[in-house]
Design a protein around this ligand. Structure first.
Ligand code: SF4
Ligand code: SF4
Length: 196
């Protein structure tokens, strides 16, 4: 998305979530997910800001683009990183902006009414919404929420919505995940491992 679409008068402030959570594979920086970037200062901020890699210059989380997500949705405050998803968009959702709600803080956020209303709202509008969770240095798992949640959303069945969100998060957490490592300037995958 073009930077012209960034929400006006909104900036990252003290948030450094993307400098920790993202996988970065750039000619100038290779970084594993869930691991603070080597250039991230202890007090926050980037030690090479002016010459930071192009990937860093181009990337913004969806909180920076979506006015509907209020200030409480800044990733370090909400504990949720909302990312745009470009790959593996399921059939039927072509042309729609796909969103991943990656849980990076307290998992109980998935039962907050604010979280449910935002995710439910996007699902009703037909945007593919994924719940996502991952451990440091592992590929995050993602579960599509739309078909699972839609009947409960239409029926305004809050206990069922919460139950389904819990189940989706458990599924992300226990699914076999793929370990990542850096090798020769690239991020490569190791064999899948089962969570014990
Ligand atoms: S995660 Fe979003 S708000 Fe936080 S530093 Fe990155 S772009 Fe800014
Ligand atoms: S180079 Fe700077 S902006 Fe890029 S991830 Fe590292 S600390 Fe963040």
């Amino acid at each position: 998305m073009t930077n012209k679409l960034l929400v006006e008068n909104r900036d990252c402030g003290d948030c450094v979530v993307c400098c920790i959570e993202l996988t970065i594979e750039d000619p100038d920086l290779v970084k594993l997910p869930g691991v603070p970037c080597e250039h991230l200062l202890k007090k926050g901020g980037c030690s090479i800001y002016e010459t930071r890699p192009q990937t860093c210059k181009n990337w913004y989380c969806m909180w920076r683009f979506m006015p509907l997500l209020d200030d409480s949705w800044r990733p370090d405050i909400k504990g949720v990183l909302v990312k745009r998803v470009f790959d593996n968009i399921p059939a039927g959702y072509e042309g729609k902006i796909a969103l991943a709600f990656e849980i990076i803080g307290n998992k109980s956020v998935i039962h907050d009414m604010d979280f449910i209303e935002v995710v439910g709202g996007y699902i009703v509008q037909g945007f593919p919404c994924f719940l996502s969770f991952g451990k440091p240095k592992f590929v995050s798992r993602m579960v599509l929420l739309n078909e699972k949640l839609m009947p409960a959303i239409e029926g305004r069945n809050l206990p069922e919505i919460k139950k389904l969100l819990s189940s989706a998060l458990k599924s992300c957490a226990k699914h076999p995940s793929v370990r990542l490592m850096k090798s020769n300037g690239k991020v490569i995958t190791l064999n899948p491992t089962m969570k014990k």
